[in-house]
Design a protein around this ligand. Structure first.
Ligand code: NOJ
Length: 514
């Protein structure tokens, strides 16, 4: 694994909402450069930036019109090169967002592909061989282009699927994965990756990494084969390039497809979701980190551990505070609950990812959909830097902002949180400071669960010489421990060590060395 990943802590930036440097109401690349010191001071040493490419923005940039052109609203290629330089000068790294599974319907490849006459791009996308021939089991569109056929889409209507072939083609229009047209798609996307690596980025977060080969089997053998080939080619030229997949299946992504990292994502009812987002619209919330819930950490571990064990010596299975696709954690958790949740996330194996604004507890806002965001829009509002106009995210008149800022009186801001010693921001900063100094956190195969029971709220885990104890509940709990006296190096709440047991106060989290 690339060395710097062992100690990496990522900060996810949604470029349209981070910092507007030119007063047009939308965040931009130069704005990110202005705030690199902030990110570094927080304790993050790597960045994942959401798509910054030319796009009609029907899915906030995940509908790419030109992979090699920077969207005008964010800046220029020179700005990007400067961003890469500035990041590296600070000893940090940056991943761009690669969207390999589909393009915008406005991408010139697709425009060509939809023409009636056969051309270089005819098979770059997946077309049936007549307008009334329906593609089984996948979403398709017919009646939009002059070409006589229906095409498969990958996500929204505006996102036609690129053609990496079918695992077991059943119809003539379905190509095998090694068909020259599918190989040409691989080559084109490999070329895009090499283009950006050549400009100075360090790698990619890969959108819908599992979506490439159609009719794939359960093991995703076709998609894994394609990734192995593409990553191998990229690594021949850029051996240090780093890839994290949006897959939620580390065994497939890391062991079989060749990624170094995969995410544990927020899928309803899965282990990750149960930590901070287990609520419905009746007001019930049984998230593990909710003070008065009755959930045990076992519900998370049951899913997490087998996946972690399968990859722990091969790559990083990463936990996130949130991302641009999910409701912000602060929607239902208050500051003290968030502190415990983050203490957990930031002391677990894998590279943690902090979604911009989560470090100050930015809230979810119910807003009309913007650029295909729907319910996700409320998690994409401008960063709240200070108490000035637009919370310092932009100088412009608020009505022109990309999205409205949080106008509540007590909206958290960086300025207010930096001033307040006991803020969420300072908790994150302290934790990251500790994380960067302890060797135990730079290894990722060392998680040992010391205590986690079905009917208990508290639990304990070890990573080499560090023991973490967590009691998210509203009452005191005891954890039996057969350890000699330990040094407390981080504490939220209270802990007492008595013979053979720890007594943890309500809502406590402790890191001790033993
Ligand atoms: C996952 C991305 O995170 C999401 O924002 C996007 O809408 C879909 N993939 C489609 O690209």
């Amino acid at each position: 694994m690339t060395d710097w990943l062992q100690t990496a802590v990522f900060y996810e930036i949604y470029p349209q909402s981070f910092k507007d440097s030119n007063g047009d109401g939308i965040g931009d690349i130069n704005g990110i450069v202005e705030k690199l010191d902030y990110i570094k001071e927080l304790g993050c040493n790597a960045i994942w930036m959401n798509p910054c490419y030319d796009s009609p923005f029907k899915d906030a940039g995940y509908d790419v019109r030109d992979y090699k052109k920077v969207a005008g609203r964010y800046g220029t290629l020179d700005d990007m090169k400067r961003l890469f330089r500035e990041v590296h000068e600070r000893g940090m790294h940056i991943l761009l967002d690669l969207v390999p599974g589909h393009t915008s319907e406005e991408h010139p490849w697709f425009v060509q592909s939809g023409r009636d006459e056969v051309n270089e791009y005819s098979e770059r996308y997946i077309w049936t061989d007549s307008w009334f021939k329906r593609a089984e089991g996948v979403a398709y569109i017919a009646g939009e282009r002059e070409r006589d056929g229906a095409y498969i889409i990958n996500f929204f209507k505006c996102q036609p699927a690129l053609n990496y072939g079918f695992l077991n083609p059943k119809e003539e229009w379905q190509k095998p994965i090694d068909h020259p047209a599918c190989m040409a798609t691989r080559e084109a996307i490999t070329d895009v990756m090499c283009f950006w690596l050549g400009m100075g980025c360090d790698g990619f977060r890969v959108d819908m990494a599992d979506s490439l080969v159609k009719n794939d089997d359960e093991l995703k053998s076709g998609t894994c084969q394609v990734w192995n080939d593409m990553l191998h080619k990229v690594h021949e030229k850029y051996p240090e390039a780093v890839f994290v997949s949006e897959w939620n299946n580390p065994e497939a992504a890391i062991v079989r497809a060749g990624f170094q990292m995969d995410f544990f994502l927020d899928w309803v009812g899965n282990g990750y979701n149960l930590l901070m987002r287990d609520y419905d619209n009746t007001g019930r919330d049984n998230s593990f980190f909710k003070k008065d819930s009755d959930r045990s950490i076992q519900d998370f571990l049951k899913e997490y551990l087998p996946k972690y064990e399968a990859v722990k010596d091969k790559g990083l299975y990463c936990l996130i505070t949130g991302n641009h696709d999910m409701i912000r954690a602060a929607y239902n958790l208050n500051e003290s609950e968030l502190k415990l949740a983050y203490a957990f996330l930031l002391t677990m194996p894998g590279a943690p990812f902090i979604y911009y604004g989560d470090e100050i507890g930015m809230r979810y806002r119910k807003l009309p959909s913007k650029e295909g965001g729907y319910t996700r829009t409320g998690s994409r509002t401008p960063m709240q830097w200070d108490g000035t106009r637009n919370h310092g995210s932009s100088e412009e008149n608020a009505t022109l902002l990309y999205l409205p800022t949080d106008d509540s009186e007590d909206a958290p801001t960086v300025e207010e949180q930096q001033r307040r010693e006991d803020s969420l921001y300072h908790t994150v900063r302290k934790l990251l400071g500790i994380r960067s100094k302890q060797e135990a956190f730079a290894r990722h195969d060392n998680l040992e669960i010391l205590m986690a029971e079905e009917n208990r709220r508290s639990f304990a885990y070890r990573r080499d010489d560090l023991i973490m104890l967590c009691n998210p509940s509203d009452h005191i709990e005891e954890i039996a421990a057969d350890v000699s006296q330990t040094d407390v190096i981080f504490m939220i709440g209270s802990v007492k060590q008595e013979d053979g047991r720890y007594v943890l106060g309500a809502q406590s989290f402790v890191i001790c060395r033993n």
